[in-house]
Write a protein that binds this ligand. Structure first.
Ligand code: HEC
Ligand code: HEC
Ligand code: HEC
Ligand code: HEC
Length: 182
């Protein structure tokens, strides 16, 4: 492996490590969701919708999930001191994008997560193995130009809980490969 590419790989791997504080993972900031039940995923101690505490389940340390049915219009969601805004139904502010939940159909958290020594971890420590429970490994190289081994940290580019970008990407498609390639 070329030294420059190795350095870029290490930088990309580090950039993939998210901030450690409270976060809202589903839905995302400035997203538009359909009317009806909304599944929330967050990291933190407690959840508030429009300033009011909502009942949440904690499947493991620091992990929160809840289902709410918000009215049409603008809403604010808070996990401790992290906050996002989302919009239900038609008439969202310009530029806000439709949020698509992943995996669709409400897969259980323990499809990909486990509590290991008291911490909320990714099962088996590797994202890819979890993803290939449902996705075809054979189809991978054609779409990605790489075998899964090089891109096994799928969350470098994909948002596992859903996204507003095509193919649940965390960034624009042309920026994804540039994390390692000029
Ligand atoms: C398809 C696999 C998958 C499913 C299902 C899933 N997650 Fe995750 N989750 C991940 C991956 C991969 C990461 C790490 C990547 C990231 O943060 O972008 C993660 C990160 C997290 C984090 C942040 C952990 C940290 O320390 O920063 C929390 C909290 C979380 N998930 C909660 C949940 C909850 C609650 C559910 C069930 C409602 C759930 N997840 C379902 C794959 C999944
Ligand atoms: C419980 C099954 C399940 C798991 C686990 C799962 N997915 Fe999915 N995923 C689906 C389904 C179902 C769809 C929607 C149908 C489709 O496009 O295949 C989907 C869609 C996607 C899409 C969008 C495809 C498109 O054409 O828009 C991407 C990207 C994706 N998943 C990546 C991942 C990644 C990365 C992981 C691991 C973090 C993962 N998936 C884990 C079931 C799953
Ligand atoms: C370097 C960034 C990157 C990494 C890492 C990555 N992907 Fe992707 N993935 C992409 C891009 C880019 C697309 C294509 C998006 C498009 O065509 O619009 C894609 C598309 C997909 C799709 C949709 C496939 C289809 O047929 O349309 C699935 C499923 C998927 N990735 C799964 C995974 C899994 C599982 C992993 C980890 C083993 C992973 N990806 C790692 C960038 C990445
Ligand atoms: C995690 C870092 C990483 C990401 C992200 C990544 N690559 Fe690579 N890529 C590499 C490494 C390392 C090599 C060199 C492989 C070797 O020498 O064994 C390589 C080699 C290649 C090559 C062979 C030609 C060359 O430049 O050496 C192509 C083509 C390629 N990658 C395309 C892509 C595409 C398309 C994407 C986005 C879907 C992507 N790569 C994302 C690390 C990455």
């Amino acid at each position: 492996m070329k030294a420059a590419l190795l350095a870029a790989w290490l930088a990309a791997a580090c950039a993939g490590q998210e901030a450690s504080g409270p976060r809202i993972l589903r839905p995302t900031d400035h997203s538009v969701v359909e009317a009806g039940p909304l599944s929330i995923v967050a990291k933190g101690g407690s959840l508030k919708l429009d300033g009011k505490a909502i009942a949440a389940t904690s499947p493991g340390p620091g992990a929160l999930t809840a289902t709410v049915t918000p009215s049409a219009g603008l809403h604010k969601l808070e996990a401790d001191d992290a906050a996002i805004q989302f919009f239900v139904g038609a008439g969202a502010p310009t530029g806000w994008q439709e949020f698509k939940t992943h995996p669709p159909g409400g897969a259980a958290c323990n499809t990909c997560h486990a509590v290991i020594r008291g911490a909320w971890e990714i099962k088996g420590g590797v994202t890819g193995d979890n993803c290939f429970q449902c996705h075809n490994q054979e189809a991978f190289p054609k779409v990605h130009t790489h075998k899964p081994e090089v891109l096994i940290d799928c969350q470098l580019c994909h948002s596992p809980h859903g996204s507003t970008v095509k193919a649940h990407l965390k960034m624009a498609k042309d920026a994804a490969c540039k994390q390692c390639h000029d």
